[in-house]
Write a protein that binds this ligand. Structure first.
Ligand code: DSN
Length: 413
């Protein structure tokens, strides 16, 4: 019997994805073939273990899938070893810690408050609970990574592992320098490149390879694949990483998602992917210019990548929470975000984070993003009236009517 109730919710979400301007910097729209692969019969198959070393029979075809995914990922980033089984980025990071650290070991990661990630040592996360995490952050004057302070901390703390990477940072990260400092002080160096993986794949952000010992990423952000994680490492760490993922952290891998990851890596190896990644950066620069012209204060003065942090408190006297709601009401989806040295609690926050990958995939260009900046300004800088809301909704619709996504098939029948 068909579960109409749940399909109705999915249909509402499909329509939201079709009609909204999606600015969540960590989201994207996968291709139809990736959607199709994520819904295949591979979901039925248990395959604990690794290709040719499984704990179940009947794995010959899923072995083909996992081998293709691993080979393509190695080709894409030029890494020595790849594990495509982590169910998410958080699990990929946790598996790395399990592989390399003992409980209580010292680790240095970027503070969440300055743009890092929960799994980089937040006290409420497994990382911060199980290991002695210390944090580096950004300078107050430039809001960019304080590399001098980072070096000082590595030298003083002597961590066993350094974690680089961020989830709300709009500038280039100097992986080469950070790796050198870590290695000079006897630390291993890991990069979580989840946000920028697609830009790295396209050569538009300096690669963490060959400087990093281990690199993790999600596959669903700028890389534009299915929701999931992967780990890449030097050959010397391969056995420990594989053992930490299975049997250390996970049981059966999600073979349907691994098939979809393989297609994501295939797509990222095509020349068109580079054009998409270049357009992301052009679009973020257009949005930056538009927001600056409208008088917004941008954290770190602007962007080099796929996202911007907008200080809405300084720019319009409202919280990130309120800005998120006001934009939601005009079909623009973004998220409130703490900004460095924020005086508001994270659930209220002084900023919003906006990114261009998803709408770049849908076909938005620089002109469209200039208009997005103007609509955001019109909404956030005016009184909360029906007239303002209606005008914004009209302008959002004019933009979204120009692009289509998931229109050819219903996906629901
Ligand atoms: N939650 C992701 C983000 O939005 O950046 C990071 O994992």
């Amino acid at each position: 019997m068909r579960d109409t109730k749940i399909f109705e919710s999915v249909e509402r979400e499909l329509n939201r994805q079709r009609n909204n301007i999606e600015l969540i910097a960590s989201e994207n729209f996968v291709s139809e073939q990736i959607l199709e692969l994520a819904g295949t019969v591979l979901t039925n198959k248990y395959a604990e273990g690794y290709p040719s070393k499984r704990y179940y029979g009947g794995c010959q075809f899923v072995d083909e899938v996992e081998n293709i995914a691993r080979d393509r990922l190695k080709e894409l980033f030029g890494c020595e070893h790849a594990n495509v089984q982590p169910h998410s980025g958080a699990q990929a990071n946790t598996a790395v810690y399990l592989a390399l650290l003992k409980t209580g070991d010292k680790v240095l990661g970027m503070s969440l408050a300055d743009g890092g990630h929960l799994t980089h040592g937040h006290p409420l996360n497994y990382s911060g609970i199980n290991y002695e995490f210390h944090s580096y952050g950004v300078r107050k004057d430039t809001e960019t990574i304080d590399y001098d302070d980072y070096k000082k901390k590595v030298e003083e703390i002597k961590p066993k592992l350094v974690v680089a990477g961020a989830s709300a940072y709009s500038r280039i990260i100097d992986f080469e320098f950070m790796a050198k400092v870590a290695h000079d002080n006897g630390a291993l160096f890991m990069v979580d490149m989840a946000h920028i993986a697609g830009l790295v794949a396209a050569g538009l952000h300096p690669s963490p390879f060959p400087h990093a010992d281990i690199v993790t990423t999600t596959t669903h952000k700028t890389l534009r694949g299915p929701r999931g994680g992967v780990i890449m490492c030097k050959e010397q760490f391969a056995a420990d990483i594989d053992r930490a993922v299975f049997p250390g952290m996970q049981g059966g891998p999600l073979m349907h998602i691994i098939a979809a990851k393989a297609a994501c890596f295939y797509e990222a190896l095509q020349p068109e992917f580079k054009e998409y990644a270049k357009q992301i950066i052009k679009n973020t620069k257009a949005l930056e210019k538009s927001l600056k012209e409208e008088g917004f204060r941008l954290v770190a003065g602007g962007t080099d990548n796929h996202l911007l942090l907008v200080d809405v408190k300084a720019s319009c006297g409202i919280s990130g929470k309120k800005a998120e709601r006001l934009l939601d009401e005009i079909n623009i989806t973004a998220n409130k975000n703490a900004i460095p040295f924020d005086t508001e609690k994270p659930f209220k926050a002084s900023g919003i984070r906006v990114g261009t990958p998803a709408m770049t995939t849908k076909g938005f260009n620089e002109d469209d993003f200039r208009e997005v900046g103007k609509i955001i300004a019109y909404r956030l800088k005016n009184e909360e009236t029906d007239e303002v809301k209606e005008e914004c909704l009209r302008r959002v619709k004019a933009l979204t009517d120009k692009v289509t996504m998931y229109q050819d098939k219903t996906y629901l029948k």
